[in-house]
Design a protein around this ligand. Structure first.
Ligand code: MG
Length: 251
């Protein structure tokens, strides 16, 4: 499908919604302490969205049962908050949520540690975030999806990490997932060209081991690394402009 630019009014709604989403995620991070269940974190952001009169984008999406995905340690993405998942010192967790404001979707997330975490986990989180910024540094109207993926992959290739290939970033706007699909690897000049005033979610997913993942057979959602290695994720919804990008989902 041809890419659609967003209107000025839609972009304004996404700016407002993006800030609220960033605020909700920061609230969750502040509450993520040892002894807290991931279900409790889901309740915090659910209440926050309700208080701001925005709709959760993930709840009910293909039947997803929560407002936020929380993926702990070797869980990469799409983890379901559970009463029985109690955070422990040293865990790393990806929090990833979305909301709808004025019919426009926002999607963002990131990985952080609970208490003191291992040095290799800390570096994984830091470098996953950095790979996002390396990637978007070349994104602007006229650049291609492959230009982005190439930069992410080039930066990460100096480390012995796995780059998840089964999941990717995506356009976003009137729906949660729109064209184009945006892999975290690629070839310069290849793939769809970004256009001015389109919006997209970029989201590298990186592991300390394999790039291979599987879906938990019990909950049918949680994506885990095949080898049990730790995984990190970093995502923002961005507006693509003539000269670069504007991060919409930051405080
Ligand atoms: Mg996303």
């Amino acid at each position: 499908m041809a890419l659609q630019p967003k209107t000025p009014a839609q972009i304004q709604s996404m700016r407002t919604g993006g800030k609220l989403l960033a605020e909700g995620l920061a609230l969750v991070e502040s509450k993520a302490q040892p002894g807290v269940s991931t279900a409790a974190l889901d309740a915090y952001i659910s209440e926050f969205f309700a208080s701001k009169k925005v709709k959760p984008a993930f709840l009910g999406y293909y039947g997803f049962p929560a407002t936020i995905c929380i993926s702990v340690n070797d869980e990469v993405i799409h983890g379901i908050p559970k009463e029985e998942t109690i955070l422990q010192e040293g865990d790393i967790l990806d929090i990833d949520s979305g909301l709808i404001l004025d019919g426009m979707y926002l999607d963002a997330g990131y990985t952080f540690g609970v208490g003191k975490i291992s040095e290799e986990a800390r570096l994984l989180i830091e470098r996953t975030k950095k790979s996002f910024f390396k990637g978007i540094s070349v994104v602007k109207a006229g650049a291609t999806v492959g230009d982005y993926g190439y930069e992410v992959e080039k930066y990460l290739s100096q480390f012995d990490y796995g780059i998840i290939r089964d999941y990717a970033g995506h356009g976003i706007g009137e729906t949660l997932h729109e064209d184009p699909t945006i892999p975290n690897y690629g070839t310069p000049g290849k793939g769809m060209r970004f256009i001015e005033n389109m919006t997209a979610a970029f989201e590298p997913m990186v592991t300390l081991g394999t790039e291979d993942v599987f879906i938990d057979a019990d909950d049918d959602w949680t994506v885990l690394t095949d080898d049990g290695s730790l995984a990190a994720h970093y995502e923002h919804t961005v507006l693509i402009t003539k000269n670069g990008v504007e991060l919409l989902t930051q405080l």
